[in-house]
Design a protein around this ligand. Structure first.
Ligand SMILES: O=P(O)(O)OC[C@H]1O[C@](O)(CO)[C@@H](O)[C@@H]1O
Length: 324
């Protein structure tokens, strides 16, 4: 079943019960990061549907009152057995919500609580539209289209057809600069990651997953707009910043941060989606695809850093090693 068929069958299930009124996006860590573009999309485009995005345990401990048969809950877990995410899906089913689960593991416990499960593809050789970030975005676009109508629906589908080619070309384009970045920043132990719009979630994800979890480096995300409301006071010639510059409506905020950093900072790495070719996508939907591009490109950056630091991306000292 494709996204359109999945959503139309779930909407059919609730047709006599008042339909879907709210969507909850629930996961942990990297899987939660994959949901941010969809949340941003709904916040931006929907006029009647409400969206909430929750780390799984918060959804369980502080459950929104609106969780009901009129809710669609999307739960993603790569391994499919993260206890918090399984508990959230179980709770959603117990409250008669429609659930779509996404996992890469066909034996996942999560699947037990699915109205519909999606077993997704993973790895560098897969098409990004078959990976969770794009699938979740596409499910949400379908909900909007089928519940309210979405004027840019056809352009969104065009973007889905184009994005993988853009990423393949951009990967080649950044290959040398990733090596230069790794050589230049290999001894740093703190990074601030800036972005805005649909990509803010990826700034958060790159900080908490790629740098903190996978490299044991200190890192924090900063919204490009918020940078000027506190964080910019730490800017100097010694502190590393990575700026993920979007194409689309929020680019002005990223450019403002870029201009300031060019004047007062020095250790600044700018990753610019426009320069990487995302501008071929239709202008009314391009902003939603920036984080899909950034995810793939920043994987190249983190691999180069991991290699030069001789710190494999898989190494953990607590996760899966001790009780927590
Ligand atoms: O997507 P899953 O399998 O639920 O795993 C969640 C865990 O995986 C990570 O996303 C990456 O290791 C962690 O941040 C998080 O604890």
């Amino acid at each position: 079943m494709n996204s359109k068929e999945i959503i139309s069958s779930l909407l059919e299930n609730v047709k006599e019960k008042g339909g879907i009124k709210q969507i909850f996006l629930v996961a942990c860590g990297g899987s939660l990061v994959d949901m941010y573009p969809a949340k941003y999309f709904f916040d931006s485009e929907s006029t009647t549907l409400h969206v909430g995005m929750y780390t799984a345990n918060e959804f369980v401990y502080a459950t929104p009152k609106t969780l009901s048969e009129n809710s669609l809950v999307i739960v993603c877990s790569h391994g499919g057995n993260t206890p918090e995410s399984v508990a959230a899906a179980r709770l959603a089913r117990a409250r008669d919500a429609q659930t779509v689960t996404l996992t890469h593991n066909d034996q996942a416990q999560l699947i037990d609580y699915a109205s519909h499960n999606i077993l997704y593809a993973w790895g560098n050789d897969t098409n990004v539209v078959d990976n969770p970030m794009a699938i979740i975005l596409s499910l949400c676009v379908e909900v909007l289209e089928q519940v309210e109508g979405y004027a840019s629906y056809a352009d969104f589908q065009r973007g889905m057809e184009q994005i993988n080619g853009v990423i393949a070309r951009a990967r080649l384009q950044v290959s040398d600069r990733c090596q230069r970045f790794a050589r230049r920043f290999q001894d740093e132990n703190l990074f601030y990651i800036l972005s805005s719009g649909a990509s803010y979630g990826h700034a958060y994800g790159f900080a908490i997953c790629s740098l903190m979890e996978m490299q044991w480096l200190h890192a924090a995300p900063i919204h490009s707009g918020e940078y000027f409301h506190g964080p910019f006071e730490v800017t100097d010639k010694e502190t590393p910043f990575i700026l993920l510059m979007n194409e689309g409506r929020t680019r002005a905020m990223d450019e403002r941060a870029s201009d300031f950093l060019a004047t007062y900072g020095e250790k600044v790495e700018v990753v610019d989606a426009k320069e990487l070719g995302i501008g071929v996508l239709p202008p009314d939907v391009v902003e939603f695809f920036n984080p899909v591009l950034f995810y793939s490109i920043m994987c190249e950056y983190r691999s180069a850093l991991a290699e030069i630091r001789q710190h494999p991306l898989e190494t953990r000292r607590y996760m899966g090693q001790v009780a927590y």
